[in-house]
Ligand binder design. Structure first.
Ligand code: 3PG
Length: 400
């Protein structure tokens, strides 16, 4: 894709697709990370004299105007992050948007109302995309985290305007390429989470691409049960045992080493500070459930770190939001942070829970790169083509 280095933006109306879909609690933005990650692109455009028109969805209003899902408070928070006034228009197309755009001076920033207030957004309706495109001279997409959606503001609009990747989009693509596209080997992936069923495509893609695959979280229970271990009351998917065995077989054929837990932390109840026990996987009590991978498992993987050059991480190893089931995740995060700091590995993490877990552990700033994306990060790791990214690399020569 072309970037901001390839275009003169001074005096231009720049339609910037951002991802302002941030966590909001009681009407206030509760985590500014996405806004902070977006800010450099807006600052650069503004300093270069562009009229910056920010487009984004927020939550899932399903094509209707839902006042509680207005972008207005998020536009205010963006102004605070940028340290400059940000204008707001109460619609993203039509006269209200057009008048607000017409008022902009070079360097000004305007946020348009939630694109998902119009059904045309998710339908990727061509007229709606054209109405958006009318507001700008060029399109810049900085919303990697929404690039898995083929919507009017991510994909459709790029058909009408010269299109470029913003700085955050560029950074995301660069990091993911380094982790999975063309990584320094050996490359290890850590995949965890509650279900095999939601990460099937991911597991199938990774066994063909990485050298070592660590499986943790409740999804590891399904693999252990598929291998004949009794997992007691642990969360698992009994109907996916065949699938789990297939994945193990494919991994063996492709030369991907699978690391499953050798010990687990169990409790009779899933609650904070419940009495726990560390047991070997062949000794899980009938009335207990595995809620974290055990210390021997983590230590065994940490011992392998010196031979690994690239790590890609999606999913906390245990039920990290409830102590003490965050222990394995924290210990592993610390070891990866250290190896990264010493320049021994490239570490890339992504996905909503993974980022929260690394933040709680205090190591989110120590990874080589932490993606701002949830679903889009997962789809990229699944080997899928992201419509918002593809739209940026199309040939625009026919636009004249
Ligand atoms: C995200 O937060 O992952 C993106 O903004 C996409 O949101 P969506 O899942 O509602 O499309």
């Amino acid at each position: 894709s072309k970037t901001l280095d390839d275009v003169k933006v001074a005096g231009q109306r720049v339609l910037l697709r951002a991802d302002l879909n941030v966590p909001v609690h009681e009407g206030k933005v509760s985590d500014l990370t996405r806004l902070e990650r977006l800010a450099p692109t807006i600052r650069e455009l503004s300093e270069k004299g562009a009229k910056v028109i920010v487009l984004s969805h927020f939550d899932r209003p399903k094509g209707k105007v839902v006042p509680a899902l207005s972008l207005r408070p998020i536009a205010e928070a963006l102004g605070t992050v940028l340290g400059k006034p940000v204008a707001f228009a109460a619609d993203c197309v039509g006269p209200v948007a057009e008048e607000a755009v017409a008022k902009l001076q070079n360097g000004d920033v305007l946020v348009l109302e939630n694109t998902r207030f119009h059904a045309g957004e998710e339908e990727n309706n061509p007229e709606f995309a054209a109405a958006l495109a009318k507001l700008g001279d060029i399109f810049v997409n900085d919303a990697f985290s929404a690039a898995h959606r083929a919507h009017a503001s991510t994909e459709g609009v790029a058909k009408h305007l010269p299109s470029f990747a913003g700085r955050l989009m560029q950074a995301e693509l660069h990091a993911l390429e380094a982790a999975l596209g063309n990584p320094v080997r050996p490359v290890a992936a850590i995949v965890a989470g509650s279900k095999v069923s939601t990460k099937l495509d991911l597991l199938n893609n990774l066994v063909a691409k990485v050298d070592i695959l660590v499986i943790g979280g409740a999804m590891a229970n399904t693999f252990l049960a598929a291998q004949g271990y009794n997992v007691g009351k642990s969360l698992q998917e009994a109907d996916l045992h065949d699938t789990a065995r297939e994945i193990l077989k494919t991994a063996a054929v492709k030369g991907c080493e699978i690391i499953l837990p050798q010990d687990v932390v169990v409790a009779e109840k899933f609650e904070a500070n419940a009495p726990t026990q560390v047991v070997k996987i062949d000794a899980i009590p009938h009335n207990a459930m595995a809620l974290d991978v055990g210390p021997a498992t983590v230590a065994a993987f940490i011992n392998r770190l010196p031979e690994i050059k690239t790590i890609i991480w999606n999913g906390p190893l245990g039920a990290f939001e409830t102590k003490p089931f965050d222990a394995a995740t924290n210990v592993l995060a610390e070891a990866i942070a250290l190896a990264t700091k010493e320049g021994k590995i490239v570490s890339v993490g992504g996905g909503g829970d993974t980022v929260s877990a690394l933040k709680l552990a205090g190591y989110h700033e120590h990874m080589t790169y932490l993606s701002s994306a949830g679903g889009a990060f997962l789809e990229w790791m699944e080997g899928k083509v992201l419509p918002g990214v593809i739209a940026l690399s199309k040939d625009l020569s026919n636009l004249g």
